[in-house]
Structure formats: structure tokens, C-alpha cells
Design a protein around this ligand. Structure first.
Ligand code: AMP
Ligand code: TRP
Length: 328
């Protein structure tokens, strides 16, 4: 089984990324042939600074390695290093319905936030994402809940390609964590935790120090009443239960039972402590990894070579099926 996922190099990675995606990547390394990519081409679709992009890319690479991605077991690379992604995106755009792209929630959210330019790249973002996965004939795509619509679209694109040009691509399946696929903002638990859409105090970053993490949880919005249970009218407490369950690998029921007699304040402190404990080894490894940019660069380049060895023959098949480029 082949696994593929991508992560943006923009902004700082937060607890939602860590629980919903990064922990899954590490887990899936042992489940099959895992391929992980930092998507710098996607990052150019919104306003950005080129120098910053490189810095954030190294930050992201170091976070993923610190979290446990092992380049000896998984292919780990930078999207922009493998030109096949861009070419396949163009070719797939011909079997992508304009109307489908027009329905993408993420485009609507992000384009509204761009004051100077809502780019065509932002609109076709999901086609590049489909190309990322389909270039490797990956079977599964571990992502957070907010990527469901994009995964459905890539399935449609693969199916439409195969129907029109003959069986060429694998139709991938999204994989979502049962606990932690959608971590909410600590200040506004009706919104997902996010670098762009959330609140600063309600977003816990992977690299926040222990004191900052404790403060953010202490100030987390809770609900009226005193019970520690997951219920639709208790979004704040439900989110904290979910975070605690995810970072400790326990069930919701376990967490609810263990804290049935706790007060909100004590419960929040317990969640903070578990998150700090979970992130501490990541912090320790991060500093050493981030300090050595040439080593990060080496890892990414070696990963790109392995990635290209898989993607290039797929592109040969795609070109042949579509009648594009030289014969043979
Ligand atoms: P991004 O940083 O936007 O590339 O997201 C990386 C991964 O984190 C994707 O698989 C997202 O679905 C996932 N993700 C982002 N926000 C959250 C969240 N609040 N809860 C769970 N997963 C998330
Ligand atoms: N769009 C994804 C996100 O914002 C990132 C991404 C790009 C991705 N290409 C991918 C995820 C391919 C999975 C597979 O989180």
C-alpha cells in the first residue's frame, strides 16, 4: 500500500496540524510505503514573501523530522523539486470540471481574504493537490477533516481520467483520524484551529514553549455548567476532551471517566500538561535539526530523487494515454 500526504510550508504548524496530520504521517510510515511532501508550490497561490518561504520550509521540514518522520523509512521531499507535479497538474486540469473547482470551500474562504489578488493558482490549487497524489498512484491520503472536499475531487479527477483515457491512475482514498481530525480554536471553539482563520491566543503552536501552552489552555473558553462530557452544547470542553484523548492515545470515554470529578480549571491544567509532555521531545529534537540547513537540504534532495523515480514513469503513462509529447 502506498501512502501520500502533503503539508504547507506557510505559517507555524499548530496542534491541529500535529494531531490531525503529522502524528498520522509518523504512524503510517510503518503501514506501507509512505511519501510526504512539503508543498511550496501551493504556498505561492496566496500573497507571500520568497525569502520567508524558504525559511518556513526549513521550519516545517525540521518539525516533521523532529516529530518522527524518518527519511530512511519514508520518502520526504519538497514539491518544487519534482517537476512532474506541475506538468501533471496541467494535464489533469483538462479533466477537471470548472464547476467543481467553483464549489471548493477553501477557495471561497481564501480568495475572500486576498485583498490585492485572488489568483488563478488559488482556484486551481486542488488540481495541483490531485497531481501530488496521482503522480505516485497512492492508495491512501492521511489528512485532517478540512481536506475532505479536496480528496473527493481528486478521486473524481482520477476516475474521469481513467474513463476517458483508459485505466492509468489509482483512485486514492482519504484517511481521517477518528479522534483529532478537527481540532478547534481554544478561544472560539466553533472555528477550527488555524494559522490564518483562528485567534492567536486560541492557537497552540507546536513550537510554543511550556509556559505559553499552559497559559493558552488556562484561558481556553469553556462552557456553562460543570460537567466534563462531550456534547454539542459544550464545544469548548468537547474540544479539550478530544485534544487530551488524541495526545495520550486514550478513548473519549476514558478521558471523561478519569475527569468526571475534576473542576474545569484542573481539567484544563491536565490537558496543558499532557500537551507539553507530548511536545517536549519534539522541541528538543527541533532545535538541532533546524540549525543545520545544509543537512535539511540534503534530506529533501535525496527524497526528491526517490520521488522522481516513482513519478516520472507515471507521467510517461499519462502522456502516452493523452497523446501528448513524443511517441514512445
Ligand atoms: P496545512 O498546514 O494547511 O497544510 O495542513 C496540514 C494538515 O493539517 C492537513 O492534513 C490538514 O487537514 C490538517 N489540519 C489543519 N488544521 C487542522 C485542525 N484544526 N484539526 C485537524 N487537522 C488539521
Ligand atoms: N491542501 C493540503 C492542506 O492545505 C496540503 C496538500 C497539498 C496535500 N497537496 C497534498 C495534502 C496532497 C494531501 C495530499 O493541508
Amino acid at each position: 500500500m502506498r501512502i501520500f500526504s502533503g503539508i504547507q510550508p506557510t505559517g507555524r504548524k499548530h496542534l491541529g496540524n500535529f494531531i490531525g496530520a503529522i502524528e498520522q504521517y509518523v504512524h503510517h510510515q510503518d503501514q506501507g510505503e509512505a511519501i510526504y511532501c512539503i508543498v511550496d508550490l501551493h504556498a505561492t497561490t496566496v500573497r507571500y514573501d520568497p525569502t520567508e518561504l524558504r525559511e518556513r520550509l526549513y521550519d516545517t521540514a525540521a518539525i516533521l523530522l523532529a516529530a518522527g518522520i524518518d527519511p530512511a523509512r519514508a520518502i520526504f521531499f519538497r514539491q518544487g523539486d519534482v517537476l512532474e507535479h506541475s506538468e501533471l497538474a496541467w494535464l489533469l486540469s483538462s479533466v477537471t470540471a470548472f464547476g467543481d473547482l467553483n464549489r471548493m470551500h477553501q477557495f471561497k474562504e481564501k480568495s475572500g481574504a486576498q485583498r490585492d489578488l485572488a489568483s488563478a493558482g488559488l482556484f486551481t490549487y486542488p488540481v495541483l493537490m490531485a497531481a501530488d497524489v496521482l503522480a505516485y498512484r497512492a492508495d491512501t491520503v492521511p489528512v485532517g477533516d478540512d481536506q475532505r472536499q479536496h480528496v473527493e475531487l481528486m478521486r473524481d479527477i482520477a476516475q474521469r481520467f481513467n474513463a476517458r483515457f483508459g485505466e492509468t491512475l489509482v483512485v486514492p482514498r482519504g484517511v481521517y483520524r477518528e479522534i483529532g481530525a478537527r481540532i478547534m480554536d481554544l478561544q472560539e471553539p466553533a472555528r477550527k484551529m488555524s494559522t490564518t482563520g483562528g485567534t492567536e491566543q486560541g492557537t497552540v503552536y507546536v513550537l510554543d514553549d511550556a509556559a505559553t501552552i499552559e497559559r493558552k489552555f488556562k484561558r481556553a473558553v469553556t462552557d456553562s455548567g460543570a460537567e466534563i462530557v462531550r456534547r454539542p452544547d459544550k464545544p469548548g470542553i468537547s474540544n479539550l476532551i478530544e485534544i487530551l484523548a488524541a495526545v495520550t492515545g486514550r478513548s473519549f470515554e476514558d478521558v471523561e471517566r478519569a475527569h468526571a470529578a475534576s473542576r474545569y480549571g484542573d481539567f484544563k491544567a491536565a490537558v496543558a500538561e499532557a500537551v507539553v509532555e507530548r511536545l517536549q521531545p519534539v522541541h528538543e529534537r527541533y532545535d538541532a535539526l533546524r540549525a543545520d540547513e545544509p543537512a535539511l537540504e540534503r534530506v529533501l534532495r535525496e527524497g526528491a530523487e526517490k520521488a522522481r523515480a516513482i513519478a516520472a514513469p507515471v507521467l510517461v503513462d499519462v502522456r502516452r494515454a493523452m497523446g501528448v509529447g513524443p511517441v514512445g
